[in-house]
Every structure is written in C-alpha cells, then in structure tokens.
Write a protein that binds this ligand. Structure first.
Ligand code: FAD
Ligand code: NAD
Length: 473
C-alpha cells in the first residue's frame, strides 16, 4: 500500500470528486481542453444519480408504463385490439439494460477524451491533494492543481419515517418495486412523487399523494399546476394537500402512516402497501473533507460558490452540491463552464434559461419566469396562450390535453417565460430555450414558419396570441 502522506503517485491539472452529470461532463470537457484529468467515483459505474438511480431509469419506467397503460386504455379506440399483460421483471430488465449501456458509454467517452476514472472514495486532504480509498481499502494520493467537488445530492428524510427500501422507499427503492403495490402512498407532490407515482398508477397501483403545501409542484406556474392536478386526478391519483406526515410504522405486510392537517386538526391513519418518500433532495458532502479543507457551506449544506470557486482557492464545486435547480442539465452546463474557466477561457451559464420538465402524461415543461414571479417583481407582461385541443396533430393523435402559455414583456415583447402542459412538450421546450438565448421577442417566434401538422405549431400559435392574432382552430 502506498504511503498516502508522502508518496504522491500522480499529478493532475484537475481531480474531480464524483462521476455524475457534473463530474463526468467536467472530466470529458477537461480532456477535450487538453487538461490532465482524473475523476474519482466510488460507485461501480459512472453516471451518478442521474444515470444509475435517477433520470434514466425513471424515464425508462415512465416510457414503458405509459405504453402499457395506452395499450390497455387507448389502443381499442384507435382500432387496435390487444389485451396487454404486464411482465414486470422484463420491464425492470430493459430499464437495467439501458442504464448499463449508457453508463458504459460514459466509460468509452472517458477513454476517448483521455479522462481517467479512479475507482474509490475521494477525500480532500489539501487544495492540491485528494486521497482515494478503493473498495479493497487500498489508498492512493493524487496531487493536482485543481479539485472539483461534484458529489451531488441524496434524498431528504422525514423524522419518524424510516426508509427501509422495502415498505418505505425513496426514489431509488421506487425504481425496483416488485410486485406492483396495491396501494402506494407518496409523500410529496413534487417532481419525483408525481413521476414515480405515475409509473405505479399506470401499472395498476392505487396512488394517494400527501403534500404539505396547498398545491402540487411548487415553483412551477400555478395555472399549469392546477391543470396538471386535474389531469392526474382523472387518471386516478388522490391528493391530500395541506397535510403533514407525523409518523410511519412499517410492518411485514404494509405501512400505517399518520397524517394531520397543517392548519391543525385531528390526526388520521392511512394504510399503504408501500410508501414513497419524495420530499426533496439535499446536498451530499459526507466524507469529502470539506471542514478540514475549510470549504464553506450555507445553512442547508450547499457549498458556497462564486463562478464555481469555493471559499478555498483551487477548490471548485458544481452540480447538485451547489445552489440552484437540482437538474442534470444544470450540472452539465456548470461542468463545461467550470472547466473552461480553469483552462483560462470564459465559461458561462445563463441561469435564466434552465428548462424544467416533468415526464408524466401529459408532460409539463417550462423555461424562464412564471406569472407569479413576474407579478412579484412588478414586471408588466402580456400573455399568449394556445390549447392543444386546437392543434391538429395533437387532435388526430388523441392527445389534445393542455396548453402552451407565453409570457412576454409588455413594453419590449421579449419572451420572459414559457409554460406548457401537453404531449411531448419535453421535446419542444428547447425551441424556446434557443429563442430566449437569442433574446427573442414573441413576434420572432410568431413569424417563424413551423411545419404543419406538428404539435410545435402550438408554440408559434401561443406566441401569436401575445398580440392577439392566433389563427389555428
Ligand atoms: P450526482 O449525479 O448525484 O453524482 C454525484 C456522484 O458523486 C455520485 O455518483 C456519488 O457516488 C459520487 N460521490 C459522492 N461522494 C463521493 C466521494 N467522496 N468520492 C467519490 N465519489 C463520490 N434531473 C434532470 O435534469 N432530469 C430528470 O429527468 C431527472 N430525473 C431524476 C429522477 C430521480 C428519481 C432523481 C433522484 C433525480 C433526477 N434528476 C433529474 C436529478 C439529477 O439526477 C441530478 O440533478 C444530477 O444527477 C446531479 O448531478 P451531479 O453530478 O451534481 O450529482
Ligand atoms: P421537490 O422539491 O420537487 O418536491 C418535494 C415536495 O415535497 C414539495 O412539493 C414539498 O412541498 C413536499 N414536502 C416537503 N416536505 C414534506 C413533508 N414533510 N410532507 C409532505 N410534503 C412535503 O423534490 P423531489 O420530488 O423529491 O425531487 C427532488 C429533486 O430532484 C427535484 O427538485 C428535481 O430537481 C430533481 N428531479 C428532477 C426530475 C426532472 O427533471 N424530471 C425528476 C426527478 C427529480
């Protein structure tokens, strides 16, 4: 075993701790920029939360469960007679196969871009030293000019609700349930609760959502949230809003959850086969050596940064471990910007244009300010809105639920925000990201020819609506 204190065996320009979307994109970009880079990751595979237990497996289950549900409920009306039968082990297997292929793909990209994966847990010993402990306990010391912390996040826990990943699960446990629970209670009406709740609802579970606030998806546009809740209720979701969970008892065959109104009132017991705790995520920095290195965190545990620089020169931080939306594409953009700054270039992220998506059915997508934010800031704005019931492609596809709403500055017509609920809006929101990146006015989008018949015409029609000349019906 190498003497960790005295025999540094390698010297790098950048050592990144964490191989998720922040860490792996940083490693690849560093390699492209000609920096000597190593990425320390303790999981068996690269890709972090997103590829292993987040974005990718959840989207795999959302896709297949939606197909299963459509085959059972919608195909007959389209003239296709089938009687679907669920093969849950195969559904999980195809999800695992996709995850395996994608994580291997990152290993390939590392090799291609001369980024080294060092397997093990990293701890910052000094701004120029990272000690890595492998699975077998072997230690090695890396010396480096820069350390980047990209250690991500973990699920937030609720006191009195002990996650055992069997009866009481977090998002990771909810990705591998088998069999389909008869009744699933979801704590938290945020993105994870509604995405994973949708998976198990479509596969046959009764789903009840307990939410502390008086609305679902806090932070998203309120009109979208109301429409979304109505749609999920039609799909069979039950909602208990303004309700807090005070405890949970798991037994062999189920869970008893105690809840009470936030405003006060009698406690009630809810029984469930499985409870999913989805009340947010918190930064993960355990064992990284922040304190000893003097890296400052805020009250909630997020690493404080200024253009990815932490309070210690030479130590940087990106992704979920820093403030801002906990999204893979935010981590990825920060990774690129941080590496470019380290390489002496002008790295930049436009935090006003980070889209959000909920991959349910209908999907929800947005970018920019909400109406509530604009009102609070006293900004005068105009609204253009277009329903998918008036969009021919959505109509013929029998997926005409939802709308597109464009918010434009009342004086300059610059697009300030776009909020959508409807079919494949996840794939369409990027159009507005590009438009907004180029400081487009709503008229720019309104006068841009879009192909017919496509759902993307709804984006243009909503922009036309800002000046009141929507045409399609
Ligand atoms: P992470 O992906 O969390 O990666 C951090 C990595 O660091 C981990 O692999 C961890 O093992 C490693 N690590 C930690 N400490 C050490 C150490 N000391 N030494 C070595 N390695 C260490 N975002 C989206 O944009 N779209 C989605 O659809 C989406 N879906 C999601 C679904 C679920 C169920 C969940 C839980 C999250 C989802 N997210 C989604 C969020 C997304 O996964 C995160 O925003 C993203 O993974 C953050 O990337 P990161 O690199 O900052 O951290
Ligand atoms: P969230 O912040 O989206 O939602 C958590 C919900 O739980 C909120 O509505 C909150 O009011 C509620 N809540 C908090 N404490 C509660 C309590 N004690 N009782 C009842 N309700 C309570 O968090 P999440 O759904 O856990 O997701 C975490 C993060 O992961 C998200 O913020 C998002 O950034 C990321 N994510 C993104 C995607 C995507 O991009 N499609 C998918 C999944 C996760």
């Amino acid at each position: 075993m190498a003497d960790a204190e005295t025999t540094p065996d390698t010297s790098y320009d950048v050592v990144i701790i964490g191989g998720g979307p922040g860490g792996y994109n940083a490693a690849i970009r560093a390699g492209q920029l000609g920096l000597k880079v190593a990425c320390v990751e303790k999981r068996k595979t690269l890709g972090g939360t997103c590829l292993n237990v987040g974005c990718i497996p959840s989207k795999a289950l959302l896709h297949t469960s939606e197909m299963f549900s459509a085959a059972g409920k919608d195909f007959a009306g389209l003239g296709i007679k089938v009687t679907p039968e669920l093969d849950l082990p195969q559904m999980h297997k195809q999800k695992d196969d996709s995850v395996g292929q994608l994580t291997k793909g990152i290993e390939f990209l590392f090799k291609k871009n001369k980024a080294e994966w060092i397997k093990g847990a990293g701890v910052i010993v000094s701004p120029t030293q990272v000690k890595v402990t492998g699975e077998d306990g072997a230690e090695r010391m890396l010396t480096t000019r820069n350390v980047v912390i990209a250690t991500g996040s973990e699920p937030t826990r609720i006191p009195g609700v002990e996650v055992d990943q069997k009866r009481i699960v977090d998002s990771t446990g909810a990705l591998t349930l088998s069999p389909v629970p008869k009744k699933l209670v979801v704590i938290g009406a945020g993105i994870i609760g509604l995405e994973l709740g949708s998976v198990w609802r479509r596969l046959g579970a009764e789903v009840e959502v307990v939410e502390f606030l008086d609305r679902i998806i806090p932070g998203a546009d309120a009109e979208v949230a109301t429409t979304f809740q109505r749609s999920l209720t039609k799909q069979g979701f039950k909602f208990r809003l303004s309700t807090k969970v005070t405890g949970a008892k798991a037994a062999k065959d189920g869970v008893v959850l105690t809840v009470e109104p936030v405003a006060g009132g009698p406690a009630e017991a809810i029984t469930a086969d499985v409870v999913l705790v989805a009340v947010g995520r918190r930064p993960f920095t355990e064992g990284v050596g922040l304190e000893a290195a003097g890296v400052k965190t805020d009250k909630r545990g997020f690493i404080e940064t200024d253009h990815y620089k932490t309070s210690v020169p030479g130590i940087w931080a990106i992704g979920d471990v820093t403030t801002g939306p906990m999204l893979a594409h935010k981590a990825e953009d920060e990774a690129v910007a941080c590496m470019e700054i380290i390489a002496g270039k002008a790295g930049h992220v436009n935090y006003d244009i980070i889209p959000g998506v909920i991959y349910t059915s209908p999907e929800v997508a947005w970018v920019g300010k909400t109406e509530e934010e604009l009102k609070a800031a006293g900004v005068a704005y105009k609204v253009g809105k277009f329903p998918f019931t008036a969009n021919s492609r959505a109509k013929v596809n029998h997926e005409a639920e939802g709308f597109v709403k464009v918010l434009a500055d009342a004086k300059t017509d610059r697009v300030l925000g776009v909020h959508m609920i409807g079919p494949t809006v996840s794939e369409m929101v990027g159009e507005y990201c590009v438009a907004m990146e180029f400081s487009a006015a709503s008229e720019d989008v309104a006068r841009t020819c879009h192909p017919h018949p496509t759902k993307s015409e709804a984006l243009r029609q909503a922009a036309m609506g800002v000046e009141g000349w929507t045409m399609q019906a």
